[in-house]
Write a protein that binds this ligand. Structure first.
Ligand code: PAF
Length: 273
């Protein structure tokens, strides 16, 4: 496995690679089983697999959030190697952006205005900026994204349909810990108690998904989470994974999505209906 730190090294390497399909798994590092499942899927479907690692500055609103983002490069490289990655592409932000990292405002309608977008202004501008640059550098046939970031998948699909129509976006199922917590690099910042407290989010999703009256159960679970003193609920809603229209009718819902903070760590989760 090669580790490449600049776009020009990557280009040289990709120019010389053997013929075959190219799979791409973009990450911000701190790899966990969720990422490994993306790599495995890419490995199954493609001949050559590139994994990128970059903590992208333009998608963080809050300076402290980016500073606290876990950076575990040595361990990540080992995981990548053991999971069958051919190339780890780990550029600096300046190299990838070709100067000072900057993101233009993106307007994809509902997809970039509600849910995550309203709690993290500018977040999807940064995601679109970096994914666009990564797609241009890596030129993959297929790119693999986890469904834990369900709205991000919708945003990336839109970006690809507008700017990178030859790239197939493959969304992969969310991976949970044995206890039910959606795997996320942010979980590393939770204490043992925080991990247990955070399960309130996935329990609420499970209760709604298994209810015969989803709207009523969503109302009940919202009240429960609002009363929960260790979870700061941001939203718990039914949504359509393609449109991300706010307050959509129950018949259009494909997922229930939730976001909240536990111990100051922002967590998101969702369940398919
Ligand atoms: O999902 C992530 O880890 C990031 O948002 C991504 C897609 C790698 C862009 O920085």
């Amino acid at each position: 496995m090669k580790i490449l730190k600049t776009t020009s090294e990557l280009k040289r390497c990709l120019d010389d690679r053997p013929q075959g399909s190219l799979g791409f798994v973009p990450t911000m590092g701190a790899l966990h089983k969720g990422h490994i499942s993306l790599i495995k899927r890419a490995r199954q479907e493609c001949d050559f697999v590139v994994l990128s690692i970059l903590v992208n500055p333009t998608q963080f609103g809050d300076q402290s959030d980016i500073e606290q983002y876990p950076r575990t490069f040595e361990v990540d490289a080992e995981i990548a190697k053991n999971s069958g990655v051919d190339v780890v592409f780990a550029p600096s932000a300046e190299d990838l952006y070709g100067g000072v990292p900057h993101a233009e405002k993106v307007d994809y309608g509902d997809i970039t205005s509600g849910f995550e977008a309203s709690f993290r202004p500018g977040h999807f501008d940064g995601v679109v900026a970096v994914v666009d640059k990564l797609f241009r550098a890596v030129t993959p046939d297929k790119a693999f994204f986890g469904e834990k970031d369900l709205q991000q998948v919708a945003v990336v699909r839109r970006l690809a349909s507008q700017e990178h129509s030859s790239i197939e976006i493959v969304s992969c199922e969310l991976v949970r810990s044995d206890s039910g917590l959606a795997l996320s690099s942010r979980n590393m910042r939770l204490s043992e108690k925080g991990v247990a407290d955070a399960l309130a989010l996935s329990k609420a999703l499970k209760a709604i998904a298994s209810s015969s009256n989803k709207s009523a159960e969503l109302f009940a679970q919202t009240a429960l989470l609002n009363d929960n003193t260790v979870v700061e609920l941001e939203y718990l809603k039914g949504v359509n994974e393609i449109t991300f229209k706010d307050n959509d009718k129950e018949e259009n819902w494909t997922h229930i999505v939730v976001a909240g903070e536990v111990e100051g760590v922002r967590l998101i989760d969702n369940v398919r209906l």
